[in-house]
Design a protein around this ligand. Sequence first.
Ligand code: PDD
Length: 277
Amino acid sequence: GFAILNGNIIDRSEAKVDVEDRGYQFGDGVYEVIRVYNGKMFTGAEHLERFGKSSDSIGISLPYRTEELLALLEELIEKNNLQLGIIYMQLTRGVSPRNHAFPIEKVAPVLTAYTKEFARPDESMKKGVPAILTEDIRWLRCDIKSLNLLGNLLAKQKAAEAGCFEAIQHRGENVTEGSSSNIYIVKNGVVITHESNNLILKGITKDVILELCLENNIPVEERTFTLEELANADEVFLSSTTSEVMPIVEIDDKKVTEGQPGPVTKKLQKLFQLEIE
Ligand code: PDD
């Protein structure tokens, strides 16, 4: 297949980076995962906007205009003949002799992207998935989609070892987000999810879901909620680019909604389905 290296689309096997790329050495960079349905990016512009914000917030300037980048990604999808899958894209501060402080000399950021076929998780969306709880040990800028994912990785690994799909992270009593997803509870018909601040990533899928709630008179509260509220919720679900609207039907071996996806979750799945058709 083909990959993007800086402004060019080349054979993936030719896309090489230096051992002193700061993304490789320090995780000094940012990334995005964009869904492709029917050969088209879903919410591509929104992902690129967040990509720009993430890179700005760590002082890397995106060396391409949004339209240029969108066109380049569209070309990549076409060349790779991708119908249903994802684009992974990352930008690092570039290559320079190892030093924690940013390079003094101007260094060119390194952009890479590739595509991958990725089916919709139909079975899991229908049945729901199990999750575990784990303390959120990450830093205080989770709003940046940074390459530094060790906290997320350790949480996800814990879930994997427990045979679970996701780890629901909490800072003390407060639920933040999943290791690679946003978390929602439903109580008395109200959808509740953590406000978009420095403690979570502002999911693009979250934005879509909250908009769908607004348009369909489903009440929403964007606020911090507690482990106790999670334990007493009528429904729990998560969202991400790859998981869409995913029911959580078990947390730490305790069933949620009698182990079935709940009605509000199912309604949101239907509405989301209409968005991507
Ligand atoms: N993860 N929170 C975290 C920590 C995430 O890593 C993600 C996405 C989300 C959901 O964001 P979005 O709806 O924009 O995908 C929330 C991607 C898919 C990943 O790292 O693979």
